[in-house]
Design a protein around this ligand. Structure first.
Ligand SMILES: Cc1ncc(COP(=O)(O)O)c(C=O)c1O
Length: 406
């Protein structure tokens, strides 16, 4: 059974005060808080179990290697990959997408080819493709959302042409909360021989993910949004695609033999993990995913849907608050501006005085901001440890801001 008060007790930071008020942490889209089990695992890994991995034959090195390597299987289970060797461990989504750009796309795309993207993408799923535009002359094809923030899968499919080599689409918008029907897109792209990358940074946090069912080629995730440490993450790469990739970072661990005139790479996925990795971060990441799976990914999805509906009801009742996008299928991420208030930063500063942490700015989503014709918004993003009474505190704090500015 899902009991939010029990869940909250697992997160030490949730009982602290900010500016003399109980913390209401609604900046989960930027990064989530960490449960005690993860904090303990990090401490234990440094205190009792620390050594470098894959390199030594001594007890501690073997122990650290075993713990580190077990995370591959945990991620595979979390994403329902068919084989743990389809999981590359890394520092997060940004690294994952850059790896796809350098190790796969740089090898397979040529001048005149294109990549299909939505206007809702995070900069992490835009800038690496701009690198390819600048360096090899590919084209970026942008697909718009409708006035409510929906991304019609058919408009993505229709954008695919004979020069399209990759569709790179978010699973869930970090600004509007829009959940994209990535399964329909990926299956259609596959039938047209086009590769697919689904940015799972937000999607994997809020719903159970099955990469086999989605049918994507690449699915990057970020540990720090999944209750894990910063600098941890992974990317699912379908086995056939991994065979097509050339390593882009060279160094220790990714290599079997090095001679003056030749090298022999390690087998995948190790071939794509060069140098000493984030050992302790990755161990903590594995514990975080285990924790979330123990809470139950379906329980999390169900509880957050309830919370989102309640927040939607309360926020839409504020006629001076402008919600950005009200898509049909969305998660608990709300972006808004206020008619009377100046800048989003001013709103967030007032909310902060009430202990409410939200994000203000452009949310690393420049094309979406251009599309919406705004330069900044506030964003309240929920996690499974938030409550309806925290939604009420947010709404009270927004009233205060409106009174002050109004
Ligand atoms: C949709 C989306 N993609 C990519 C990223 C980048 O994640 P990271 O900075 O952890 O690599 C984020 C982070 O906010 C995100 O929300």
């Amino acid at each position: 059974m899902f009991d939010v008060s029990e869940i909250r007790a697992d997160f030490p930071i949730l009982s602290r005060e900010v500016n003399g008020k109980p913390l209401v942490y609604l900046d989960n889209g930027a990064s989530s808080q960490k449960p005690e089990v993860v904090i303990d695992a990090i401490t234990r890994a440094y205190k009792d179990e620390y050594a470098n991995v894959h390199r030594g034959l001594h007890y501690l090195s073997n122990l650290a290697t075993e713990k580190y390597e077990s995370v591959r299987g945990i991620v595979a289970r979390f994403l329902n990959a068919s084989d743990e060797n389809e999981i590359i461990l890394n520092s997060g989504t940004t690294e994952g997408i850059n790896m796809v750009a350098y190790a796969w796309a740089m090898e397979h795309l040529k001048q005149g080819d294109n990549i299909v993207l939505s206007v809702m993408e995070h900069h992490a799923n835009i800038v690496p493709w701009h690198f390819l535009r600048e360096r090899i002359g590919i084209e970026l094809k942008w697909v718009d959302i409708d006035e409510y923030g929906n991304l019609n899968p058919q408009s993505v499919i229709d954008a695919i042409d004979k020069n399209t080599k990759l569709v790179a689409i978010t699973h869930m918008s970090n600004v509007l909360g829009t959940i994209v029907d990535v399964k329909t897109i990926c299956h259609a792209a596959k039938s047209l021989g086009v590769a697919t990358l689904v940015d799972g940074s937000q999607g994997a946090v809020h719903m159970p993910v099955d990469v086999q069912e989605i049918g994507c080629d690449f699915y990057p995730i970020t540990g720090h949004k999944l209750c894990g440490p910063t600098g941890s993450g992974a990317i699912y790469v379908k086995a056939e695609r991994m065979e097509e990739m050339r390593p882009f970072l060279g160094g220790g661990d990714m290599i079997k033999e090095v001679h003056k005139d030749s090298i022999i790479y390690n087998d995948p996925p190790m071939k794509f993990e060069a140098g000493t990795p984030g050992i302790v971060q990755t161990i903590g990441f594995g514990v975080a995913l285990d924790y979330m799976m123990k809470v139950g990914l379906k329980n999390i999805e169900r509880y957050e849907a309830e919370l989102k509906d309640y927040a939607h009801e309360r926020l839409t009742a504020l006629n001076w608050l402008k919600l950005q996008g009200q898509p049909d299928n969305k998660g608990g991420i709300f972006s808004f501006t206020m008619e009377n208030a100046g800048h989003a930063h001013d709103i967030s500063t007032i909310l902060d005085k009430k202990g409410v942490a939200v994000r203000a700015g452009q949310h690393c989503a420049g094309p979406l901001m251009d599309h919406m014709g705004i330069t900044a918004s506030c964003r309240a993003s929920f996690a499974f440890y938030n409550t309806k009474s925290e939604v009420d505190t947010l709404v009270d704090a927004l009233h205060l801001a409106n009174d002050l500015f109004g």
